[in-house]
Design a protein around this ligand. Structure first.
Ligand SMILES: NC(=O)c1ccc[n+]([C@@H]2O[C@H](COP(=O)([O-])OP(=O)(O)OC[C@H]3O[C@@H](n4cnc5c(N)ncnc54)[C@H](O)[C@@H]3O)[C@@H](O)[C@H]2O)c1
Length: 373
């Protein structure tokens, strides 16, 4: 198959959909890889490294789209890419269709095959191509939180791990999923006194078994949250209710009960946030202060560490991309239902129910296409 990797053009997006290592794997299997010049630069991969791995470099985005049977990207196509996508071309990337109607209509019009990273789903309902970014954001939440606890950055001026004779900082994590667990690991490793809360008792039992002694589990409810926020230095919001806006677990009135210089990192901000006073911020201007409480609410945290994020993402996407390249999308999706669930739009038909529902469009089951030869 001919694979094309364009340079991401969304503002501040430095990730790339394929590394030189991934390129080498495709080439070994007999595929052709075209990389748009400088596509990997933001993640630290130079054109020469791709060439050494067997890729051919193309000068611009137009020729990359024009040559490829499968486009591999990171972010959803943006407006200037719409007209470059053609009938029957396979596009494998994050789309998040339900959040942007013009993109949905443009992809319907293109008659391409849109396979979305975010809806590839395992039988246990986990989302293998979203997990890596949650791992990155969870680990980063503590690194950022520790930084903003410093006095010059308006925090309480407390060192996360303390020192001999001085107590460590108290870290409260709301939500014990992928983000929360990775945050807890980092905070515990830095020596903080960590409490992780969830409504899922099974999950808390598991974490109680595997986490170090400086991580305590606590049932999530308003009473317990009110008790904990008074004594916490860093609070991480990491809750998710699939398909719904995150619940406001920390309301505006609660800020007054926190100590001045407390830091809030609301990782769930991309789903509306679980802290009432959190509004999306950017890496250029990540924080603001309300009632002496520092709010960090960057909606694309992994964007700050493109090297790690690109490797984490491509480790997860490559095995699926390889199946698509080796078998073609129809056979690959017939053989692997996880991958078939990633199909969102096929040749003008919306085949993912939630996307059809979001914009009142007709839903055509993807099975219609998997019978094809
Ligand atoms: N800002 C970013 O850059 C970024 C990056 C990656 C993920 N995220 C977001 O982080 C959030 C968490 O993602 P995840 O992968 O950890 O999800 P997850 O599904 O693995 O975990 C969510 C957890 O929240 C728990 N929960 C639900 N209601 C709760 C409540 N009332 N109190 C306490 N816990 C509750 C669930 O039981 C679950 O364990 C999502 O909104 C995701 O979109 C943001």
């Amino acid at each position: 198959m001919i694979i094309g990797v364009p340079k991401e053009i969304k503002n501040n997006e430095n990730r790339v959909a394929l590394t030189p290592a991934g390129t080498q794997e495709f080439v070994k299997q007999g595929h052709t890889v075209y990389i748009q010049s400088t596509a990997g630069e933001g993640s630290g991969f130079l054109d020469e490294e791709y060439i050494q791995s067997g890729a051919q470099i193309l000068p611009d985005i137009e020729s990359t789209y024009a040559k490829a049977e499968m486009i591999m990207k990171v972010k959803e196509p943006i407006e200037q890419e719409y007209s470059l996508i053609r009938e029957n071309q396979l596009v494998f990337t994050y789309f998040h269709f339900a959040s942007y109607e013009p993109l949905t209509h443009a992809m319907i019009k293109s008659k391409s095959v849109c396979l979305a990273y975010e809806t590839v789903e395992r039988p246990d309902r986990s989302l293998p191509l979203l997990i890596p970014m949650s791992e990155v954001a969870g680990r980063m939440s503590i690194q950022e939180g520790a930084k903003y606890l410093e006095k010059p950055l308006k925090g309480r001026g407390i060192l996360l791990g303390g020192v001999p004779g001085v107590r460590p900082a108290k870290v409260l994590i709301l939500g014990a999923g992928i983000v929360g667990t990775n945050a807890a690991k980092m905070a515990a490793g830095m020596g903080a006194d960590v409490t992780i809360m969830d409504i899922n008792l099974q999950r808390l039992r598991y974490l109680d078994d595997v986490m170090p002694a400086n991580v305590n589990t606590f049932m999530s409810n308003e009473y317990n949250i009110r008790e904990m926020i008074k004594v916490s230095d860093l609070i991480v919001g990491a809750v998710l209710i699939p398909g719904a806006k995150a619940p406001n677990l920390i309301t505006r009135d609660m800020l007054k009960e926190m100590r001045p210089g407390t830091v809030l990192v609301d990782v769930a901000v991309d789903q509306g946030g679980c802290i009432e006073t959190c509004k999306p911020t950017t890496h250029e201007d990540p924080t603001y202060i309300i009632d002496d409480v520092v709010h960090y609410c960057v909606a694309n945290m992994p964007g700050a560490v493109p090297y790690t994020s690109t490797l984490a993402l491509t480790n997860a996407t490559l095995p699926y991309a390889m199946q698509l390249a080796n078998k073609g999308w129809v056979k690959a999706c017939q053989d692997n239902r996880d991958l078939a669930l990633g199909l969102n739009i096929i040749k003008g038909d919306v085949v993912y129910e939630a996307v059809a529902e979001a914009f009142d469009l007709q839903h055509v089951p993807f099975e219609k296409y998997l019978g094809e030869k």
